[in-house]
Design a protein around this ligand. Sequence first.
Ligand code: ADP
Ligand code: MG
Length: 498
Amino acid sequence: MGKVAVAFAAAAVVAACSVAGVMVRRRVKSRRKWRSVVEILKELEEGCDTPVGRLRQVVDAMAVEMHAGLASEGGSKLKMLLTFVHHLPQGTEKGTYYALHLGGTYFRILRVLLGGERSYLDVQDVERHPIPSHLMNSTSEVLFNFLAFSLERFIEKEGDGSSSQGVKRELAFTFSFPVKHSSISSGVLIKWTKGFEISEMVGKDIAECLQVALNRRGLDMHVAVLVNDTVGALSLGYYHDPDTVVAVVFGTGSNACYLERTDAIIKSQGLLTTSGSMVVNMEWGNFWSSHLPRTSYDIDLDAESSNPNDMGFEKMISGMYLGDIVRRVILRMSQESDIFGPSSSLLSEPYVLRTNSVSAMHEDDTPELQEVARILKDLGVAEVPLKVRKLVVKVCDVVTRRAGRLAAAGIAGILKKIGRDGGGGITSGRSRSEIQMQKRTVVAVEGGLYMNYTMFREYMEEALVEILGEDVSQYVVVKAMEDGSSIGSALLVASLQS
Ligand code: ADP
Ligand code: MG
């Protein structure tokens, strides 16, 4: 080989080596980035860990807080609100009744026709619409005028058949926000949650606001009850099955209510004399315990929300927030590596990833995870490799698993408080025999998250069995109540008439 040829060959080798060197460096760099993303996932998994021991601590904390909230006004973050609902529908109610339900995302109007026996419950004309977002921070007048207008339209469509002329229509107002009741049909708004911000409404009587708006439109309707959505779900549950003593909602927000003995409601002793029990609206979204597994994502979400330091439990388990926790994790991964490609400004936008999309990604069963790819694309993240899509599914899984398991701990906490968990519980005067004899207990559950997100539901139900044990959980029946909040509230009006 001549000198020139040798020099040429040597240069080629050097060039090849340096290309290889660049490639190796790139590979090392990309491996390091992948490792940092895996590290973020690992940290998330550890932060969201909910072994059964920790869940049991949450169960105990829930039962203790319930007790404290019943003992004195302001005794706990759990408000344990009186509802003045002493009797639940029996199944013998008759007539036509209406319900208007203001949830966190949707409002619904419906009419029920009752024929005097359980099997004769005809739910007619269910209307369900998203709440126009401008109403969430408008004025009480604008909000209630809108609701009255919607009711008027609903009734206009009815024709003559449903309510005989001249008879006032009896309406239940299902209101999914905390209310301090002075009777079953009146109460003032304590605070807004779930992103609503109409500050002048706090302290106003919600039923009266609606009644005034109905009168203003000349509608012959009477707001007969003001009920929390959980109480509606309990009412429908009880109507079908009198073993129903607890109701929980997992929708935009989350809350629970249950049937409590009046003598256990220590803060109101002397006031309550009519019957042996009353439904208590726990407002469990505001539950807090140091045992709850909280991550930096939860802390940031809370700090940047419209209600910081409030509704801590709700922010870990409900539909409004799960999507945003997942978004925050993906955002951090995209900032600390380039596995999601060039950074997308959309990903920085709060609440842009909805929980509906989280369940769609989590439950994507296409081999290439096409649904995940589609949703990421909507978030401004172009084509990412399959392993990155799998990583996103894993993030959804971790966040939703924690939510489902904490939700189960919350339910078990209520069962413990009322002595239906198979243990001694916090007895508050219950006799030993009452505790020891395990009764069949039905928990009515409703809300868009529970109804539509199978993995959330499965994680919740699985954890409930884990916490209670196989023996006790045989006596605990979780029943889905589609539209229970609205239908049940109408049944409650009916039960007051009969
Ligand atoms: P509201 O909270 O207004 O009473 P819903 O009970 O129907 O209404 O709950 C709506 C919420 O449920 C949505 O905002 C969303 O967070 C959650 N949700 C609805 N569908 C799904 C779904 N397919 N997957 C996950 N979450 C869902
Ligand atoms: Mg709801």
